[in-house]
Design a protein around this ligand. Structure first.
Ligand SMILES: C[S@@+](CC[C@H](N)C(=O)[O-])C[C@H]1O[C@@H](n2cnc3c(N)ncnc32)[C@H](O)[C@@H]1O
Length: 144
């Protein structure tokens, strides 16, 4: 097994959200607008992305603090504790987040997106196009 992995951010999220309690739990429900500033050395890698496309944004929960094995879902103490891998909590061993966003505009390496719930200044690790075919479970029949 590989001992460790290092990732360098490809850009940064500008959302205006300053603290964790102010952020929506899942931005896709609220359609908040944010921008993602991509570092100049990766601008060419944005070629082909068009407004209207849906993208997965993988980002670093850089303010998550120490991981927990169990958490209350949605930070709600009335909900029973459950394993952190059974939740979307930031308090994970490898604090990576995954959000589905719609690309609204792209100019000069800056993506305007709708659907993010990340804090202002959050580092972005990767972008991938959403695929209606690939990003859903297959029928059980497909494997028989
Ligand atoms: C429940 S997580 C969901 C994130 C992502 N959509 C996912 O499912 O992986 C969203 C919460 O993470 C917190 N958060 C956002 N950006 C963060 C950051 N950079 N560091 C730590 N916590 C963050 C905010 O409290 C926000 O409400």
């Amino acid at each position: 097994m590989t001992a460790g992995a290092e990732f360098s951010p490809i850009g940064v999220i500008r959302s205006g959200i300053k603290d964790q309690d102010q952020a929506p739990k899942q931005g896709i429900s609220e359609g908040l607008e944010a921008t993602i500033e991509i570092l100049p050395q990766w601008h060419e890698a944005l070629e082909g992305l068009e407004p209207g496309r849906w993208l997965w944004v993988i980002y670093h929960f850089h303010q998550a603090g120490p991981p927990k094995l169990k958490v209350h879902p949605r930070h709600d103490p009335t909900r029973p504790l459950t394993g952190v891998f059974n939740t979307r909590s930031p308090k994970r061993p490898n604090p990576l987040a995954l959000s589905l966003v719609r690309l609204e505009a792209l100019a000069d390496g800056v993506l305007t997106v709708r659907g993010l719930e990340a804090l202002d200044g959050t580092p972005v690790i990767d972008l991938k196009p959403y695929s209606g075919k690939l990003d859903q479970p297959v029928d059980d029949d497909a494997w028989t």
